[in-house]
Write a protein that binds this ligand. Structure first.
Ligand code: ADP
Length: 234
C-alpha cells in the first residue's frame, strides 16, 4: 500500500448490505473491495487442511481467530491491487483486529481509515439473511423476494445456480448476530472519535450508495478523475 492510500472500513451486522455497497464503492472509487468472509469461504472450498478447520468455524457461526485473520489480511493488503487503497468488508470485527490494522497502516504511512457503520434493525437482518442466495460461480448475492421461489433461480450474470450459504440458516444466523452484538459496541467505541459515520442501511441499495458517494465525495472527489466517477454497475 502506498502512503496516501485510502482505506474504508464497513462495519455493521451480517446482512446489512456491506458487500453490495463495497462492490459499488469499489467501482465508483477505483479501489478494491476485500471481503474477509469471501476469502475464508474460498479457503474452505479449497479442501486444504486449513480450509477444513475454517469450514468448521464458518458453519458454527463463530469467528476465526484474530491471529489467523490478521495474517490473512496483512498478506492481502500487500497485493498490487491494494496499492491505492481498499474497502474492507467484514474486517476488523474485534478491537484486537482494529488495533492490528492501525499498527499496519501506521507502519506503511497510510492515513487513518474512514469508518462507515451500517445500522439496521435486527428483525430486518434475519429476514434478509434467510432470503439471501449466492451464485455458486461468481459469488454475486441476491435477496429472493419470497421463500417459495427458493428453487430454480439462476444468476443473471452467468446463469449458474444460486444457493443458500450454509451459515444463513436460522440457528446460525442467530449465533452470528449474537457474536456481532458482543463485539460491535467495543469496536464502535474504538472508532467513534475518529473519521466515523453512521449509515442508515434500511433503504434501497442505490439510495444508500448515493448517500455514501455524497459523504465520501466531499472528502475525495477533487482527486478522482471523471472516468473513476462513472455510474457503478448495478
Ligand atoms: P456476514 O457478515 O454476513 O456474517 P461474512 O461473509 O462477512 O458474513 O463472514 C462470514 C464468516 O466468516 C463469519 O461468520 C466468520 O466466521 C468469518 N469471518 C469473516 N471475517 C472475519 C473476521 N474479521 N474475523 C473473524 N472471523 C471472520
Amino acid at each position: 500500500m502506498f502512503a496516501g492510500a485510502k482505506v474504508i472500513i464497513l462495519l455493521g451486522p451480517p446482512g446489512s448490505g456491506k458487500g453490495t455497497q463495497a462492490e459499488r464503492l469499489s467501482s465508483a472509487l477505483g479501489i478494491c473491495a476485500i471481503s474477509t468472509g469471501e476469502m475464508l469461504r474460498r479457503e474452505a472450498q479449497s479442501g486444504s487442511a486449513l480450509g477444513k478447520m475454517v469450514q468448521d468455524v464458518l458453519s458454527s457461526g463463530q469467528l476465526v481467530s484474530d491471529n489467523l485473520i490478521n495474517r490473512v489480511v496483512a498478506h492481502r493488503l500487500q497485493q498490487a491491487d491494494c496499492a491505492t487503497g481498499c474497502i474492507l468488508d467484514g474486517y476488523p470485527r474485534t478491537v484486537a483486529q482494529a488495533q492490528f490494522l492501525d499498527a499496519l497502516l501506521e507502519k506503511w504511512n497510510v492515513p487513518a481509515p474512514v469508518v462507515l457503520n451500517f445500522e439496521i434493525p435486527c428483525e430486518e437482518v434475519v429476514s434478509r439473511l434467510s432470503r439471501r442466495r449466492q451464485c455458486t460461480e461468481c459469488g454475486r448475492v441476491y435477496t429472493v423476494s419470497t421463500l417459495s421461489t427458493e428453487t430454480g433461480i439462476l444468476c443473471d450474470r452467468d446463469g449458474s445456480m444460486l444457493v443458500q450459504r450454509a451459515d444463513d440458516h436460522p440457528s446460525t444466523i442467530r449465533e452470528r448476530l449474537r457474536i456481532y452484538e458482543k463485539n460491535a459496541g467495543q469496536l464502535i467505541n474504538y472508532y467513534r472519535s475518529r473519521d466515523y459515520h453512521r449509515v442508515c442501511a434500511t433503504g434501497a441499495p442505490s439510495e444508500i450508495a448515493d448517500g455514501l458517494m455524497a459523504l465520501l465525495g466531499s472528502q475525495w472527489l477533487p482527486s478522482l478523475s471523471p472516468v473513476v466517477l462513472a455510474e457503478p454497475r448495478a
